[in-house]
Each structure stands twice: as structure tokens, then as C-alpha cells.
Design a protein around this ligand. Structure first.
Ligand SMILES: NC(=O)c1ccc[n+]([C@@H]2O[C@H](COP(=O)([O-])OP(=O)(O)OC[C@H]3O[C@@H](n4cnc5c(N)ncnc54)[C@H](OP(=O)(O)O)[C@@H]3O)[C@@H](O)[C@H]2O)c1
Length: 249
């Protein structure tokens, strides 16, 4: 029960890694609020994890983010944990990249994550902890992944700078970087067919020394560790949860 009487906000908590984390935080006693875009999966997540509160808030919608955080502040809440997990994939070879795709991926995976931290600062204080979801894809030159890799690499850089800025305030900031994880993400790439994703999935499994995809729960366990007091001397870290893919290539 590492999160008993702690307030946790998960941005992107209605699917995959975020949902597994919502379940994990709630199971360890936290008061969990989470966001997502899809109202149906938000409702399903609230049903699956009773006591949690889901909000339909797009992380790129600054006004909606402000309203969510203002409501929390008005109710006298502070945040012990902010988990910024919202993200989208986006495969396209260089010749096919469009500015719209680039801007959308960077807006969700980088810009909005940084501004979410800025907006949540009034709710965070000494002893609180921020975890952001990166990706080993930020550090591996996988063909077709320039937009996503650049955004997550930018988020890694921003995470370290922000961790340095907040260390004197007693706020820890860390990143968890998954390798290939079995979630809906891969299948949500616009313009990529199910068969193409299946082929990509096989290629990814080959690249993992443990020869399998990871499970969302395996990433969630790393998130909970970084968010908890067990990680009290850890800040600016990037914890890869990837079956050895980064270091054993
Ligand atoms: N799966 C992998 O192999 C893998 C590998 C490395 C890194 N990651 C990262 O892990 C994180 C979670 O992904 P996942 O694999 O669990 O995929 P997922 O099941 O597709 O979950 C993505 C989550 O982000 C939310 N989200 C996306 N865009 C959003 C927006 N504009 N505003 C608010 N919420 C938004 C989604 O909400 P809706 O469903 O409502 O859109 C969903 O809750 C992402 O940051 C992803 O880049 C995943």
C-alpha cells in the first residue's frame, strides 16, 4: 500500500500502460483520477477500477487541462503523483511525412506533456513525484519512426531539464521508457494496416533479447516504483522496461 491516502493523476489512463497504472495505483490505496479522449473507454476503466475518477480531457486542449486542474485545486486537492502517459504512435517514411502529422505527434507526445507539468505545478509540492512515459524508440534509429522518435527524444531532454529545475523544490521527475509493449497503440497508427502492424510486431519481437513483447503491467510496475517513496533518491532517471532491447542490442 505505497500510495495509501495519496492523490494520483494519470494523463492517458483509459488504455494500455496508463490503465494498468491506474489499476496499480488504486490497488495500492491511491485516490486516482485519470484522463483520456475516448469517453467509452474512460467509462469502462472507471467500472473496472471502482473509486477512480475519469475525465474526458485532451492533453492538447490547454483550456480543458486548466479547468481540470483548477477543479482539483478548488476541491483543496494537492497531487502526490502526476503520471504523464498520453501518447500516440506515428509511423511514416521520410518521403511520406506531412507537417500535420509531425505537428500532431509533437503536440501530443512532447509539447502538451511539458505544459501539463507547468500547469500542474501549483498542485505539486515537496515530496511529490512526476513520471513521464518516453520510449526506447527515441534512442533507436528505426526506419519510419522519425516523428515519434524526435518527439520522445525531446521529451527525454525536457524531462531532465525539468528534473533539474524542480529538484530544489523536492519534486522528483523521472521517465519510464518502454520497449515494444502489447497495447492498442501499434494498431492505432493511421494509414498502417493490421497486417503491416503484425509484421512490425514480429520484427520488434526479434529485436528484443527476451524474444517477446512486454505487458502493460510490467511497465506499470516500473511507473509505480518511480512514483513511490521507494525511489526517494532517484530523479532525472530514464528507466527502460524493454526486455534488454536498449542495452543488449
Ligand atoms: N506500446 C508500446 O509499445 C510503447 C512503447 C514505447 C512507448 N509507449 C508509450 O506509452 C504510452 C502509453 O501508450 P500505450 O502503449 O499504453 O498505448 P494506448 O493503449 O494507445 O494508450 C495511449 C493513451 O494515451 C491517451 N492519449 C493519446 N492521445 C491523447 C490526447 N491527445 N489527450 C489525452 N490522452 C491521450 C489515450 O487515450 P484515448 O484512448 O482516449 O485516445 C490512451 O489512454 C504512450 O506515451 C506511448 O508513446 C508505448
Amino acid at each position: 500500500m505505497r500510495f495509501e491516502s495519496k492523490n494520483v493523476l494519470v494523463l492517458g489512463g483509459n488504455s494500455g500502460i496508463g490503465l494498468a497504472s491506474v489499476k496499480g495505483f488504486a490497488a495500492e490505496g491511491a485516490d486516482v483520477q485519470f484522463t483520456g479522449r475516448n469517453q467509452q473507454t474512460i467509462d469502462e476503466a472507471m467500472q473496472a477500477v471502482p473509486g477512480t475518477q475519469g475525465h474526458q480531457v485532451d492533453i492538447t486542449d490547454g483550456a480543458a487541462m486548466d479547468a481540470l486542474l483548477a477543479d482539483m485545486q478548488a476541491s483543496g486537492k494537492t497531487l502526490d503523483v502526476l503520471f504523464i502517459n498520453a501518447g500516440v504512435g506515428g509511423f511514416a517514411p521520410l518521403r511520406e511525412i506531412t507537417e500535420e502529422q509531425w505537428d500532431s505527434i509533437h503536440s501530443i507526445n512532447l509539447k502538451s506533456c511539458v505544459f501539463a507539468i507547468q500547469k500542474a505545478l501549483p498542485l505539486l509540492g515537496k515530496g511529490s513525484s512526476i513520471v513521464v512515459t518516453g520510449s526506447i524508440g527515441a534512442h533507436i534509429a528505426m526506419a519510419g519512426n522519425a516523428m515519434y522518435a524526435a518527439a520522445k527524444n525531446g521529451l527525454h531532454a525536457a524531462m531532465k531539464v525539468i528534473a533539474g529545475e524542480l529538484v530544489s523544490e523536492g519534486i522528483r521527475v523521472n521517465m519510464v521508457s518502454p520497449g515494444p509493449i502489447d497495447t492498442p497503440l501499434l494498431y492505432r497508427n493511421p494509414g498502417v494496416t493490421g497486417a503491416q502492424v503484425d509484421a512490425l510486431r514480429e520484427k520488434m519481437i526479434e529485436s528484443v533479447p527476451m524474444h517477446r513483447m512486454g505487458q502493460a503491467e510490467e511497465v506499470a510496475r516500473a511507473v509505480l516504483f518511480l512514483a513511490s517513496d521507494e525511489a526517494s533518491f532517484i530523479t532525472a532517471a530514464n528507466l527502460c522496461v524493454d526486455g534488454g532491447a536498449m542495452e543488449l542490442r
